[in-house]
Design a protein around this ligand. Structure first.
Ligand code: PBG
Length: 324
């Protein structure tokens, strides 16, 4: 055969494949979520997320040190709060005795060059389990912003580097930017959960935090997963309001949205490879139905290929270990 083009030539050996490979996942572009609980010397595995734990601060410091030695540098922190401390205004979120704020201080103290991303939303502290203030069965947008502002200020004062508003209230990025700037925290960044869809892939996360809504669902604030243009509207607003990063969440079933935002906007795009996406792979791997490590790698590369600059993933530590 006389074939001028033979694409297989570029796949001929591992070295050539590596030479022409277009996308790779780098450890310094991964963010590892860490779940925190109050107390000392506790490390509880989350049933639906094998390999992922809730840590007391002392144990979290050990985990972060291990990750640090694997070259991971960015962590996103979530608190699992005792029910007794929850109320309808999430007041524990900005209480100075809050173990989450203490964890931020201790992590930044011990690892000054680690980047700490926070979670800004009411649900871990809200007796109603929603990301916003609930009144007569409705989520009240503007009054929620005031609470998020107090939460943000407390987190910035504790030394956090980047705020992660995951609540999906309207106007929150601009509101938080104002609060931060007025208090002199002009260097604290905002990683906006821009296109956060009302997704059933968050199930294991809500188990981890025991944060499922007590009634109703999150569809009046999180986006309808059938929609694409909504993502553009949210992204335009977030950029206009001062976001430093745009996030798409979940990631795997939303690669088109990642690509769309990447093509449309010029600030870093973050993809959140969420709990359910992690658990699916783990469950199939435990049954021996898939090679968990290879599938996880393929998923991360696909998220990268779609256009994500940064990936938040529960597989970060495992992936970093694999590279070492
Ligand atoms: C809530 C929040 C959720 C996640 C991060 N922040 C769940 C939700 O919206 O109910 C999910 C993350 C995951 O599933 O890994 N503010």
């Amino acid at each position: 055969m006389k074939l001028i083009r033979r694409p297989r030539r570029n796949r001929i050996s591992p070295a050539v494949r590596s030479l022409v490979r277009e996308n790779e996942v780098r450890v310094d572009k991964l963010i590892f979520p860490v779940f925190l609980i109050d107390g000392v010397n506790k490390k509880e595995e989350i049933k639906s997320m094998p390999g992922i734990y809730r840590f007391t601060i002392d144990q979290a410091l050990i985990e972060i040190e291990e990750c640090y030695n694997l070259n991971l540098r960015t962590f996103i922190l979530f608190p699992a709060v005792d029910d007794k401390l929850k109320d309808s205004t999430a007041s524990y979120s900005y209480n100075s005795a809050n173990f989450y704020l203490k964890a931020i201080r201790e992590i930044k103290n011990k690892f000054p060059d680690v980047t700490v991303v926070t979670d800004v939303a009411m649900d871990p502290y809200n007796s109603d389990g929603h990301d916003g203030l609930v009144r007569d069965g409705k989520i009240i947008n503007d009054e929620t912003l005031v609470i998020l502002g107090k939460m943000t200020l407390a987190q910035a004062e504790a030394g956090a580097d980047i705020m992660g508003p995951s609540d999906m209230m309207d106007g929150r990025v601009g509101y938080l930017r104002d609060v931060l700037d007025e208090a002199g925290f002009t260097d604290v960044g905002i990683m906006a959960y821009t296109a956060k869809y009302a997704s059933s892939f968050y199930g294991p996360f809500r188990d981890a935090l025991d944060s499922a809504p007590k009634s109703g669902d999150k569809k009046t604030y999180q986006m309808d997963f059938a929609n694409k243009r909504d993502a553009i509207i949210e992204a335009e607003l977030d950029i206009f309001e001062g976001a430093d990063y745009l996030m798409v969440k979940p990631a795997l079933a939303y690669l088109d949205i990642i690509q769309l935002l990447k093509q449309s906007f010029d600030i870093p795009i973050v993809a959140y490879n969420v709990s359910g996406e992690y658990s699916m792979v783990k469950a199939a791997a435990e049954k021996g139905w898939l090679d968990g490590e290879k599938v996880m790698n393929e998923i991360l590369v696909s998220i990268k290929r779609a256009g994500a600059d940064i990936i938040i993933t529960y597989a970060a530590k495992e992936f970093a270990k694999m590279l070492k």
